[in-house]
Design a protein around this ligand. Structure first.
Ligand code: MEV
Length: 431
């Protein structure tokens, strides 16, 4: 089956048909479909390995975003998220780009950062000189802890020293060592933390100073991912609206925060599905968004002639090996569905979904607004919240959508009233 055949009418299929297409495309096997149908991981002993005081699992819905072509490669993208309309909007916007433009990504830098803090330096000049003189030795010590990573071609690359003001009115300085490490296909948190802690006694011996703490930094501006979306021959009205929406998020932190939340709607869903640490990426994205001292949009959209061009540059540090990616069967399945060959490729996909999600939101916001589309899909949630049984869902949902068309607004009370009516009608006319 070709990708075009796969995509044809995908969003209109029922669940069983969706599974079948995924099997026909070789994206999922029959046993994986069986696993998903039975609710994914059931074995609480896996949870016991992951967290403490385990009492159960918290299940999120997982769907697939379609129509994504990134760097000329097609992807079916698993997304785990509870918010209605995120997956639909990503797929719809990706379809627009697939027809009228392209998505490209690249990685800028390879190294993650570990921080080692000397809180109050006793002898600054001497410590700086000693650390500089012993840099190669310290790198070798750190790499000896990371022997497996070194074998895979990664490892510590550099130590950069920063002198910080303590901002406590004293003349003493804080010294922070940034240990740069290429983690290859891992996110690298455990590795860099181990290396930094192993370096601690050596740094104390060499300098005579006291190390207060060691930990990775999530502001990984040494390993950025750049995403670009181009749309050709865009309707100038739509392009201008998106450009103005983007400028709004660039100049106003109140808008930037919501804009970036929308970007993370997409990014987080892929991060969760692939077992990656979405809190790490979130904190990195927000910190990078304020890099020039003002919190700004992490994305930018501009008209260039009759082309709309959007960019996103952010630290999106992910792994395809190690951590939960390795031990959670659904994360493993998601990585297989994506067919990714490297962590770089995965960070490009995550960023692309974020930028495409943003485009979908800005297009809707600057044209028809998001309420109608969102509420249409939200009608099913309202029906469930009103207490509709499975066989009552569809009639309640349809009546809610009709009401929405008429009055532009629907509430839980509307859903409850419609449900009562549906039940009454059923009493009069039982099927
Ligand atoms: C809602 O989850 C996300 C949006 O608010 C994003 C945005 O405003 O750009 C629609």
């Amino acid at each position: 089956m070709s990708m075009d055949e796969f995509l044809k009418g995908f969003s209109k299929l029922n669940r069983q048909e969706r599974y079948q297409r995924l099997i026909d495309m070789g994206i999922l096997s029959k046993s994986e479909v069986q696993y998903l149908k039975s609710g994914g991981v059931q074995d609480l002993s896996l949870a016991e390995h992951l967290v403490e005081n385990v009492v159960g699992f918290f299940q999120l819905p997982m769907g697939v975003a379609t129509n994504f072509r990134i760097n000329d490669k097609d992807y079916i993208i698993p997304m785990a998220v509870e918010e209605t309309s995120i997956i639909a909007a990503a797929s719809k916007t990706a379809k627009w780009i697939r027809q009228k433009g392209r998505i490209s990504t690249r990685c800028l830098g390879k190294n993650i950062i570990g921080q080692i803090q000397i809180a109050k330096v006793k002898n600054l000049e001497q410590s700086l000189a000693l650390l500089d003189k012993n840099k190669e030795h310290l790198l070798a010590v750190g790499n000896s802890v990371l022997a497996n990573l070194v074998k895979r071609g990664g490892g510590l690359r550099d130590i950069v020293i920063r002198v910080l003001d303590r901002e406590d009115g004293s003349s003493e300085k804080m010294l922070v060592l940034h240990v740069h490490c290429d983690p290859c296909e891992a996110m690298g948190a455990n590795m860099i933390n181990q290396a930094c802690e192993a370096l601690k006694p050596h740094i104390e011996n060499i300098t005579g100073e006291t190390v207060n703490m060691c930990i990775l930094s999530n502001l990984v501006d040494t390993k950025l991912t750049e995403i670009k979306v181009e749309i050709d021959d865009i309707d100038p009205e739509i392009g201008k609206g998106i450009e103005e929406a983007s400028r709004f998020a660039w100049v106003d932190p109140y808008r930037a925060t919501t804009n970036n939340k929308g970007v993370l709607n997409g990014m987080d869903a892929v991060l969760i599905a692939t077992g990656n640490d979405w809190r790490a990426v979130e904190s990195g994205v927000h910190a990078y968004a304020v890099k020039d001292g003002k919190y700004r949009s992490i994305t930018r959209w501009q008209m260039q002639g009759n082309q709309l061009v959007g960019t996103l540059v952010a630290p999106i540090v992910v792994g395809t090996v190690g951590g939960v990616t390795k031990i959670h069967p659904t994360a493993q399945m998601s990585l297989k569905m994506l067919g990714v060959n490297s962590a770089e490729e995965l960070s490009g996909i995550v960023g692309a979904v974020g930028l495409v999600q943003n485009l979908g939101a800005l297009k809707a916001l600057s044209t028809v607004g998001i309420v109608n589309g969102h509420m249409k899909l939200h009608a099913a949630n309202l029906a469930i919240a009103a207490g509709a049984k499975p066989h009552e869902l569809l009639p309640v949902q349809i009546d809610l959508q009709n009401l929405l068309e008429k009055v532009k607004r629907i509430t839980l009370d509307d859903a409850k009233n419609i449900l009562l009516r549906v039940r009454k009608e059923h009493e009069v006319n039982p099927r």
